[in-house]
Design a protein around this ligand. Structure first.
Ligand SMILES: Cc1cc2nc3c(=O)[nH]c(=O)nc-3n(C[C@H](O)[C@H](O)[C@H](O)COP(=O)(O)O)c2cc1C
Length: 347
């Protein structure tokens, strides 16, 4: 791996992820969902709690910050800021891809555990790397940062539209099944903004995943980001042009959650990809999601400092509590199981 090129790419990704033109809000479907208002909730607001459970453990909130790659000059500071805030508030956190560590053997996120001993932390690796690495080496990645679970990311579109990409997913299902069986840590599969189709979800029923994080269309779009990178480097080249064609590619977060909930019984469904408020979170919970992840907005807030990050997190928590109260639910689990709490506009 060319480390200089790698670091440059990661810096580009952060810069382009912050550009509103690379967001796909209107395509995610969450604006179609209406939660029914209960004018007379039999509750006091102070009784409402975000406590729930996931992967067999009680958790203080259903929120997590989804994995984002480091490689930025300030990456350590940003990750530490996110980790400390997440641990304090009972959010989980994913690190970005540990691909680089496979070669350097130096965990970029090694210090996070010291800085945030109570943090629920997810390790992270891409499908292309998973396929070619032995399970033992993958287990070491999880242990090297003292994570509690492994997140595998699938990013087919991004790998195609990156000149340096590795679009080879042959053998992915078989390897995923092997890793789920032998790793000794819970395995979660996620997308990175293109979601999961019914066909893919059907293929995942017997793999042994503990959770599926849909990361669907509706937020950060890697086709757009790679397209912008290509356009900067070689205006009008093949990648830049193709990225325009694929600027709306993907399965919406809404549909991904609904279908996954139906098809993957026994697997926790996590909602991410375009979650931009505590109300979005409430909608996904009502549709069946267990945990709710934010990437780009968490990064944006963390870059502005600890106080901004904490205010942003507090707002997500408060908004979810308001949605729980106004739907007459004391907990996320009640909202998840409540019949008739939502409708899809236009249906
Ligand atoms: C700067 C940046 C870097 C990312 N790097 C990774 C990564 O290394 N591994 C991964 O699984 N997802 C990565 N993602 C994808 C996110 O985890 C998430 O799936 C996606 O951004 C959609 O969520 P959002 O709409 O809230 O941003 C990254 C996202 C951003 C914004």
């Amino acid at each position: 791996m060319d480390i200089k090129q790698f670091e440059g790419r990661k810096r580009d990704h952060i810069r382009h992820a912050l550009d509103p033109a690379h967001q796909t809000r209107k395509l995610g479907g969450l604006d179609q969902i209406h939660l029914h208002h209960e004018a007379l909730p039999e509750l006091a607001f102070r009784e409402v709690t975000l406590s729930t459970s996931s992967l067999g453990q009680p958790i203080r909130t259903p929120f997590f910050v989804a994995g984002m790659t480091a490689g930025h000059p300030d990456a350590k500071t940003i990750n530490a800021r996110l980790a400390i805030a997440c641990a304090r508030r009972g959010w989980a956190m994913g690190v970005g891809s540990q691909r680089r560590e496979l070669e350097t053997q130096e965990p970029e996120a090694r210090d996070l555990r010291e800085q945030a001993p109570d943090l629920f932390l997810f390790a992270n690796l891409g499908i292309s790397q998973l396929i070619s690495e032995p399970v033992e080496k993958i287990r070491r990645l999880v242990e090297s940062i003292d994570a509690q679970a492994l997140v595998i990311h699938a990013n087919a579109l991004q790998e195609c539209l990156q000149p340096e990409g590795t679009p080879n997913f042959r053998g992915a299902l078989k390897k995923l099944t092997e890793v789920c069986e032998k790793l000794g840590f819970p395995v979660i599969l996620k997308e990175t903004g293109c979601g999961f189709s019914p066909q893919t979800l059907k293929q995942l029923t017997e793999v042994g995943l503990r959770a599926l994080d849909v990361s669907g269309l509706g937020g950060t779009h890697w086709g757009r980001i790679e397209g912008a990178r290509a356009e900067e480097k070689n205006p009008g080249d093949l990648y830049a042009l193709a990225a325009k064609t694929f600027a709306e590619w993907g399965e919406p977060t809404l549909d991904s959650v609904l279908t996954a909930r139906k098809l993957l019984t026994g697997v926790e469904i996590w909602g991410s990809g375009g979650v931009r408020s505590g109300l979005d979170a409430a909608k996904l919970i009502a549709l069946g999601a267990h945990r709710i992840g934010y990437a780009q907005p968490a990064l944006e807030s963390a870059l502005q400092g600890e106080e901004t990050l904490n205010r942003w997190m507090e707002r997500q928590e408060f908004e979810l509590k308001v949605a729980l109260f106004c739907t007459g639910c004391k907990t996320p689990a009640e909202l998840q199981n409540k019949e008739g709490v939502w409708k899809r506009n236009g249906n």
